[in-house]
Design a protein around this ligand. Structure first.
Ligand SMILES: [Zn+2]
Length: 253
């Protein structure tokens, strides 16, 4: 299952339509999907992290980033070519260039896709708790606005499948960090013991997006938990080691 705006493409064999995503007039110009363990397959779809890979007629170029749980954003504002490399680690990639599929890989972290429906700017973000707390989503949105001329009123955020509040237990280091960064963490963290709680990372991202000024009806969430759904997703938390990653992507046509 991949949640895709339009089809059919070679990826749609493992896809499901995401009806809550409203594209407005961008619908003919944009593709996006959230991958599952059934596809698209990491490595076949994208290349080495930090590279641009030649794709096919549906996805002429595929951009992969070297994800490091940091807050560096890769901004691409000129044409790409296959074989190109990006130095350093990045947990978000933005572009206004057409025919380049921006990808991120996740297991329990949150894949976040961004788009401005009027300015033709898109982004893909790998958002784990550390990156979210340190502002990877906030920084990505601000960069879309400041560097690419995106407008907050036309910006949409899609928050993909990740470890959900049903399962995602965290302990003191995470809880302390949240307490210092989020004024009211009661909707984001459900305490389960003196030193443990269940974190709703998607809710934290929603809260950050609303705080930035995004319209609530422009924030779309796929409420599926990677830990609860072994039929659909890989999960580092559930499986105890890395068996695979889901690939999510977005492209301007
Ligand atoms: Zn769950």
């Amino acid at each position: 299952m991949v949640l895709l705006a339009e089809g059919p493409t070679p990826l749609t064999k493992a896809m499901l339509p995401l009806t809550s995503w409203s594209f407005g007039r961008m619908s003919q110009r944009m593709l996006h999907f959230f991958g599952t363990r059934h596809g698209p397959q990491y490595g076949r779809m994208n290349g080495e992290p930090g590279t641009v890979k030649a794709g096919d007629s549906d996805y002429p170029l595929v951009v992969s980033i070297r994800q490091v749980h940091g807050t560096d954003v890769l901004s691409i504002d000129r044409p790409l070519k296959a074989g190109q490399k990006f130095f350093g680690g990045h947990d978000a990639v933005l572009t206004n260039q057409a025919d380049a599929l921006l990808t991120v890989q996740t297991a329990d972290c949150v894949p976040v896709l961004l788009m401005d429906s009027s300015r033709g700017v898109i982004g893909a973000v790998h958002a784990g708790w550390r990156g979210v707390v340190h502002g990877i989503v906030v920084k990505s949105v601000r960069t879309m606005v400041e560097r690419f001329g995106a407008g907050l009123p036309s910006l949409h955020v899609a928050i993909g499948p990740s470890a959900g509040p049903c399962c995602y237990e965290v302990d003191t280091p995470v809880m302390n960090q949240l307490a210092s960064d989020v004024p009211d963490d009661s909707t984001i963290l459900k305490r389960t013991g003196p030193r443990t709680g269940r974190l709703d990372l998607k809710q934290l991202i929603r809260w950050q997006a609303v705080s930035l000024g995004l319209a609530e009806d422009h924030i779309h969430t796929v409420d599926l938990c990677t830990i609860c759904r072994p039929d659909l997703f890989f999960s580092y938390r559930r499986e105890g080691k890395v068996h695979g990653n889901m690939v999510s992507g977005i492209m301007l046509k």
